[in-house]
Ligand binder design. Structure first.
Ligand SMILES: *[C@@H]1O[C@H](CO)[C@@H](O)[C@H](O)[C@H]1NC(C)=O
Ligand SMILES: *[C@@H]1O[C@H](CO)[C@@H](O)[C@H](O)[C@H]1NC(C)=O
Length: 189
């Protein structure tokens, strides 16, 4: 039902606003910089495919965080003009040896950048970048692991961007360590 509504909404949106046009003036700067939410996230109790959890919340209009000519909602940035964009995200995980579960394969951590648009195949969700690494099992008290993703992409008006990680509860809660943002650097043609 929700999926259907979303679909209908997309069609209506498509009619009102042709896919390749932006409602913003040509000289606007399309950019956003989001900062890490400063509270621990709860891992959803239900199984999630591939152990990939979307970071559900970012600070988007406080301090250094801003969105300019881009829509932010539920952890997602929606592109509002076709173009060539630089997209980036940095996250850090912190793990103590006592919290590590040695009986599972949870000694690897991953960081993903995704886009969603109903027009793309396989349900519309596409992985753009990923980084994966093993956490070492030395007996250090506390270890911190960082990951940075950043690259250029041709994005479309309506593309939604979001970040996923393999373990939400291990994310540090520092708004300047975890970041997610983008800026338009040119037209896609
Ligand atoms: C963008 O262009 C409009 C119309 O030409 C102008 O009024 C506005 O000041 C410009 N904005 C910037 C940030 O240059
Ligand atoms: C996330 O990490 C915590 C602490 O190490 C662990 O208990 C939990 O099982 C992990 N969750 C997943 C989905 O790997």
């Amino acid at each position: 039902m929700f999926g259907f509504l979303l679909f209908v909404t997309s069609i209506i949106y498509g009619i009102i606003q042709p896919a390749h046009q932006s409602t913003y003036p040509r000289n606007v700067t399309y950019a956003a910089h989001l900062m890490g939410y400063n509270q621990k996230f709860e891992q959803p109790p239900w199984p999630v495919p591939g152990n990939q959890f979307i970071i559900p919340r970012w600070i988007h209009k406080d301090g250094l965080a801003f969105t300019n000519a881009v829509h932010y909602r539920h952890g997602r940035l929606t592109v509002s003009a076709d173009g060539l964009y630089f997209v980036y995200s940095h996250v850090s995980f912190t793990e103590s040896s006592s919290s590590r579960d040695d009986n599972t394969d949870s000694n690897s951590l991953s960081h993903y950048l995704y886009r969603y648009n109903i027009m793309y195949p396989n349900g519309g969700e596409e992985m753009l970048l990923m980084n994966s690494f093993n956490t070492c099992s030395a007996n250090n008290e506390q270890a911190e692991y960082s990951s940075y993703l950043g690259a250029l992409f041709k994005l479309r008006n309506g593309d939604e961007l979001f970040v996923k990680v393999s373990n939400l509860t291990l994310l540090v809660t520092n708004s300047k360590i975890n970041t997610f943002g983008y800026f338009k650097i040119g037209d896609s043609t």
